[in-house]
Design a protein around this ligand. Structure first.
Ligand code: ZN
Length: 400
């Protein structure tokens, strides 16, 4: 089967979200429904553990913008179009623009912290209710909030850069220092922007008012900025030893007198270690995500509209396996009628839950109630699990 590409998410609004069960409209009703979700015995043949699938909405309370508003439409920046992988690979100009914007966005992203939603996932893990996390977010907040729960980062992570020739990874922090050194005027602009509070995470409105727009992937838009003057470093490994190219020839990796990547090169280009639009998710990550679904008996979807195909197909896989699904997301979700088809409208939550609330408000209350009521996952003997790795070692190399 062909590996699915990362695609531009749906841009049309989704249908108005249902509430399942109807009592879950209020906070106590939603908490009760999710208690029933975690407390009900798993369907026959499925393990008692729950896998969590998260998206951009979970990081909104950390000051990072969501791609979508409550109706499922883009709200951050209607003209925002993320860079495509092929564009990044082939265009020096596109890379200058990408890294300039990323340079400005990094300080905000770097200072942002996991929020109550991430810590509630940690607590669900401590209660034995959550066995693994799949996230579409590239902010590394899950790994920071709960390093003990295996987390698979479906779309990669911004904390590293990766060379598109030798595939070596490097810390984004070091890269940021190099960008500052190569672009002193931009560094001064950034210092000024930080000092003026224009990049403060707390107030995206004020940020926009000052002419700076921040997108969820750490990209900052400064209208009319001279992007073409921006310079970025080359892969140190390819610089030291030019890599072999696919055609068998030796690649060329050259830098100018200060160490900026030179357009006379055909190798040594660093990119963020995220899956760009138009780029394939690696077979290893795709397999890891499918295994995480297959090793669990329930799916809890948090703060995502499942607009990207790579995420939606995991929810569909859970549905096809007969796993109860709970979705907590403000606004509509792609194909949710399919995920909740044939649900008994009178069931209290054990078969499925759909709540339109924010994770940072709902989840801490849920954790409190689950702790009070002593809800625990019923663990099956490991032999009862389907064949394949199930202890999280699969994700080891994807944790920070
Ligand atoms: Zn390299």
């Amino acid at each position: 089967m062909r590996t699915p590409l990362m695609r531009i998410p749906y841009t049309e609004p989704f249908a108005h979200p249902p509430t399942i069960p109807p009592a879950a409209r209020t906070l106590p009703g939603a908490v009760a429904a999710l208690q029933a979700f975690f407390g009900s015995p798993p369907p026959a043949g499925l393990p008692a553990s729950t896998v969590v699938l998260t998206g951009a909405g979970l990081s909104v309370a950390s000051g990072l913008a969501d791609y979508r508003g409550t109706k499922g439409t883009y709200r951050v920046n209607k003209t925002y179009r993320p860079i495509y992988y092929h564009e990044f690979l082939t265009s020096h100009e596109a890379r200058k623009r990408y890294w300039a914007r990323s340079y400005l966005g990094w300080s905000t992203l770097h200072r942002a912290q996991p929020n109550a939603g991430h810590y509630a996932v940690r607590d669900l893990g401590r209660l034995g209710l959550v066995s693994s996390v799949i996230t579409q977010n590239v902010d590394s907040f899950h790994a920071r909030a709960h390093p003990e729960i295996p987390t698979l980062e479906l779309h990669g992570y911004l904390r590293s850069t990766v060379c598109t020739s030798c595939w070596e990874e490097f810390p984004r922090d070091t890269f940021q220092h190099e960008l500052a050194r190569l672009n002193p005027i931009w560094a001064a602009f950034l210092r000024e922007a930080v000092a003026s509070g224009a990049l403060d995470t707390e107030d995206p409105g004020a940020k926009r008012a000052r002419g700076i727009r921040m997108n969820p992937d750490g990209d900052v838009d400064v209208p009319d900025a001279p992007y073409s003057t921006f310079r970025y470093p080359a892969c140190p490994k390819c610089l030291a030893k030019p890599p072999p190219l696919a055609d068998g020839t030796r690649g060329v990796c050259e830098v100018d007198h200060q160490g900026a990547w030179s357009p006379t090169s055909n190798a040594g280009v660093l990119k963020p270690a995220v899956v760009m639009f138009g780029e394939s998710i690696s077979a290893k990550v795709k397999q890891g995500a499918e295994d995480a679904i297959d090793d669990a008996g329930r799916l809890l979807v948090l703060a995502t509209s499942l607009a990207t195909y790579s995420a939606w197909r995991l929810a569909k896989r859970a549905k096809d396996r007969g796993m109860p699904i709970a979705i907590v997301n403000i606004g509509g979700v792609r194909g949710e009628d399919v995920l909740f088809v044939d649900l008994d409208p009178r069931q209290p939550g054990g078969q499925g839950v759909r709540v339109g609330m924010s994770t940072e408000n709902l989840l801490p209350v849920l954790v409190e109630e689950l702790s009070r009521s002593g809800t625990r996952a019923t663990h099956h003997a490991p032999t009862a699990l389907p064949p394949g790795p199930s202890d999280g070692t699969l994700f080891k190399d994807m944790l920070s």
